[in-house]
Ligand binder design. Sequence first.
Ligand SMILES: C[S@@+](CC[C@H](N)C(=O)[O-])C[C@H]1O[C@@H](n2cnc3c(N)ncnc32)[C@H](O)[C@@H]1O
Length: 343
Amino acid sequence: MLEIERDITPYSAHTLLAPSYRIDTRDFTEKEYNKFVKLNTVRDWSSLKWKDVGRPYQVTSYAKDKKNWETENRRELPARTSWEMFNKSFHEWFVKDVPQEMDITKERFFNSLKQFKPAETKAAAGGFIRIHLWNYVHRIQDGIWDPRGKRALFEGLELKAPKILFLGAAEGYEAMQLASLYPGSEIVLVDYDPFCKDTRYGEFPDSYPFLGEDPLTGGKKIYYKTDIPTEYVVSDIRKLPFGHEFDIVLSVGLLEHFPDEMKAEVVEWHRKFLKAGGYIIMTTPRAQLRSKLYYEIMADVMNHTYRELMTIEQMGLYLYENGLDILRHGYIKVHNGIVARAR
Ligand SMILES: C[S@@+](CC[C@H](N)C(=O)[O-])C[C@H]1O[C@@H](n2cnc3c(N)ncnc32)[C@H](O)[C@@H]1O
């Protein structure tokens, strides 16, 4: 990622567009909060039924790399290899110099037009659309990291110096955001793809500011990756040696990658590491029209694995039916989020 200089002045609320991402240490205004955050719309989970909420939307446009692998090997791409492909591909986009790449794709598009080469024009148009979509979703709207939305989902829990376990952690963003909100946190990131520890987390910018709480004053404080005590475990979630020892077990974009017959097992992965009274926090991408279009246009970048897009009602029902009490639920820009406890 093209890093920016670390801001050494005391905390001030601001936003800044770096070439690869946005930093944002502002809080939402009331108007923005009402536009981007909708919490606790379901009153009674026990009365919600599948026939009322429908089934998740399944994304069926797959990445070329997955299709090519399956043609060559004449079998379905194994889950673990599909994650390795996904992580490399997704990371390539996080490190792009987006303004420069927008210029390059524009030039490529006009050159192909001048040369009357329809196949090249089509490819160049695809590249142009994808980088502009990425610029909007990740850099302008900040929908993927969405620090203000994530803070709205994560804040105000009863926690003191929590131990946080992040299952399928990739670059570990949300655990770092949680740790900043709850001073004294220790985080354990788990992913079975070593590329996530070495590159996605390893190269996550040291200068990215996470807005959190100052334990001395109760006011605001900026934390950086290197301020947060972190252990990164490269392991299959199913082989972790931990007991019931975490105050928070977190996953981001995990549940929707498993079909219904595996949902109970995925919920259990969270419950089995939780202290009594601890919190399970999960997010999944929303099933809104713009997300469906995003996964269609970005298929080659994103769709190496089974993927569903669900509504908050569908997500909540999976958790409720599998023995969790839902304490907080809702959606932010592009994610659903739930804070729950084992019933
Ligand atoms: C969709 S990603 C999480 C989304 C993430 N925020 C991102 O930006 O990519 C899911 C992650 O879970 C990991 N994963 C999936 N199944 C796993 C398992 N059984 N054990 C450990 N890690 C797993 C994958 O390697 C991948 O990095």
